[in-house]
Design a binder for this molecule. Structure first.
Ligand code: ZN
Length: 260
């Protein structure tokens, strides 16, 4: 995971970790937002930070797990904080569109590692449970409600799909692959340019790998992925381009279905 150290945080912990707290970044849902917000935490933000910023194609580490982020009063000392791409005003459908689904699945991976490391139950706590000191997941708004008068943040909002998110965390913890990632963009490699990366790249590579093509499942769409995609396209009798467009993606899903 890329690291951009936040400027404001406290070294170490005064209490054991018990909460995983979800936030929304309140910034445009772009693939570079995690990096941008991390840089903002590192430079010009007011006295605030979080452990990890997540968008649809990456997670950026800002504060180490063993250090205390300044993310939500009363949940900093014993909390791990994830900033998600998106807005608290998003409705459930917005949180489940292609970009947000990819963001939440990336966040689920981060959270799953914490669940295992700190033995945190995969459970959405009520504000009362947060206040009572229980272990689990909560939203920034649950912290706000648990400790009235200490803040006004309501993120990540009432539309946040807790059921889906916690199911994805559980799938990660149990090592089962999450539900198939929906096609959202054409994957293409251009020599000399930065690799496309993300959950969709990883999903496509995993599919090629499962179908027996030689490719590293590393989430980066490069020359090997292009070669494997060309081979698949030849076999599947679709246009051989080396780019994973929608037709190719669908042919892949079909081939996977036939293999089973
Ligand atoms: Zn927040």
């Amino acid at each position: 995971m890329q690291k951009i150290q936040a400027r404001y945080y406290t070294n170490g912990r005064i209490r054991p970790v018990r909460l995983i707290v979800m936030h929304s970044m309140e910034a445009p849902e772009k693939p570079e937002t995690a990096e941008n917000v991390a840089r903002w935490f590192a430079t010009s933000s007011p006295k605030t930070s979080a452990h990890v910023c997540v968008d649809q194609n990456s997670a950026v580490r800002c504060v180490d797990d063993g250090d205390t982020a300044w993310a939500a009063p009363n949940a900093n000392a014993d909390g791990l904080h994830i900033e998600l791409n998106g807005y608290a005003r998003q409705k459930r459908a917005d949180w489940l569109d292609a970009a947000s689904t990819a963001t939440l699945k990336n966040a689920a991976k981060v959270a799953a590692a914490w669940v295992k490391k700190y033995n945190i139950p995969i459970k959405h706590l009520t504000p009362a449970q947060v206040k009572a000191g229980q272990k689990g997941f909560c939203a920034h708004v649950d912290v706000t409600r648990a400790y009235p008068g200490t803040g006004s943040h309501t993120d990540p909002g009432p539309g946040f799909p807790w059921d889906k998110f916690l199911a994805w965390v559980k799938a990660e913890v149990e090592g089962k692959p999450a539900k198939p990632v929906a096609w959202s963009r054409t994957l293409v490699y251009t020599k000399g340019k930065a690799y496309m990366k993300g959950a969709d790249v990883e999903a496509w590579q995993a599919l090629l790998d499962e179908l027996g093509y030689d490719v590293d499942v590393d989430g980066l769409y490069g020359a090997d992925s292009t070669t494997a995609t060309r081979k698949f396209q030849t076999k599947a009798k679709v246009l051989v381009t080396g780019t994973a467009d929608k037709t190719t993606w669908q042919a892949g899903q079909k081939a996977k279905g036939e293999k089973k």
